[in-house]
Write a protein that binds this ligand. Structure first.
Ligand SMILES: NC(=O)c1ccc[n+]([C@@H]2O[C@H](COP(=O)([O-])OP(=O)(O)OC[C@H]3O[C@@H](n4cnc5c(N)ncnc54)[C@H](O)[C@@H]3O)[C@@H](O)[C@H]2O)c1
Ligand SMILES: O=C(O)C(=O)C[C@]1(C(=O)O)C=C[C@@H](O)C=C1
Length: 298
């Protein structure tokens, strides 16, 4: 007989039920093993109305503190620039022993914003699920979004073992694979595999658009699948990405600097006809794509 799983938490509050928050709520609703009762809170009345229509939670409110007072786990799913302000509203209201967690795409500065507000009786577990799409809002969420995707955990010295274990179990029940790392390591890794690719996509779309305007030509009409792959990423939410760029400024600028050096080296190879260099770089790209496909990540 299959083992009956006790829900990880009695009451789970998701603050910011957009793409990521509503995906957690959908998973929780579908499985019943994350929490017995679900609350969603958002500063936007329109988002709350939509979450009610979609029936994603048992209670939906714009009153973050009142919601936090009932929860055994508060999960912050707002843009990284809003984490500190939201934490300031929920932490004073939380029950003693309740767990605070966040899903922000940057870790060092989110932790810096939240740490001074922490209470000794409220353990905090910073996380980052490495899954998403270019869409946002409560309609964009998917029950299976986190399956077979990494969820990165960057616990603090003050994070209790029990709190860490409960958040690990929650993400495992979302189908995620877990990896622990320090916050600075997280920010450097994400700068290269997530933040820089978005920066490049936004920039290349802008450059092509400028060129189309300057030449009054059909540059964008002719965009085939290569350019279209960039436009998918470039369709992502401006507030979320503005915050990520500003909150991961140092690591992102470091990776951008390295990228620009490598792009210069490629430009030089093209100028001087250095075939070996060009082929070597292209082969490295192909090898990376192949290994991602073999690991079922592409
Ligand atoms: N989109 C992704 O691919 C992805 C992946 C992993 C992690 N993240 C991180 O998850 C978080 C949420 O991203 P998302 O894509 O779900 O965003 P989203 O825009 O879909 O949802 C964010 C929600 O937060 C609400 N919100 C904003 N400011 C608020 C405030 N001050 N108080 C209360 N509610 C507020 C918004 O109304 C919205 O409903 C971000 O920190 C992001 O960096 C995103
Ligand atoms: O798949 C996408 O569209 C995403 O942008 C997801 C993505 C990524 O860059 O991989 C974006 C931001 C997150 O913090 C984690 C995942």
């Amino acid at each position: 007989m299959a083992e009956v799983q006790v829900p990880v938490f009695d009451t789970l509050l998701v603050v910011g039920p957009g793409l990521i928050g509503s995906s957690v709520l959908r998973r929780a609703r579908a499985r019943g093993t994350l929490a017995r009762r679900l609350i969603a809170a958002d500063s936007s009345a329109a988002v709350c109305a939509r979450v009610r229509e979609l029936d994603l939670a048992d209670e939906v409110t714009t009153d973050l503190a009142a919601a936090a007072a009932q929860a055994d786990c508060v999960m912050l799913c707002v843009p990284v620039g809003a984490m500190g302000e939201v934490a300031a509203q929920v932490i004073p209201a939380m029950k003693s022993g309740a767990v605070l967690t966040d899903v922000g795409s940057t870790k060092v500065s989110v932790i810096e914003a939240i740490a001074p507000l922490l209470r000794a009786d409220v353990p905090y577990v910073p996380t980052h699920p490495m899954a998403g799409t270019e869409f946002s809002g409560p309609d964009a969420g998917l029950e299976h979004l986190f399956e077979d995707r990494w969820c990165l955990l960057t616990p603090l010295e003050s994070t209790t073992e029990a709190a860490l274990e409960s958040i690990r179990t929650l993400w495992e029940r979302c189908g995620a694979r877990l990896r622990e790392m320090t916050p600075p390591h997280h920010d450097r890794v994400c700068a290269i595999v997530s933040h820089l690719p978005h920066l490049l996509a936004f920039t290349i779309c802008g450059t092509a658009d400028d060129l189309a305007a300057e030449t009054r030509s059909e540059v964008l009409d002719l965009a085939a699948s290569g350019f279209r792959d960039f436009t998918r990423i470039a369709a992502s939410d401006p507030v979320m990405w503005r915050d990520i760029f500003l909150f991961n400024r140092e690591a992102l600028l470091e990776m951008l600097g390295r990228f620009m050096e490598d792009a210069q080296a490629m430009a030089r190879a093209i100028r001087w006809g250095d075939e070996a260099y060009i082929v070597d770089r292209i082969e490295r790209g192909r090898a990376i794509r192949k290994s991602l496909i073999e690991n079922r990540q592409a």
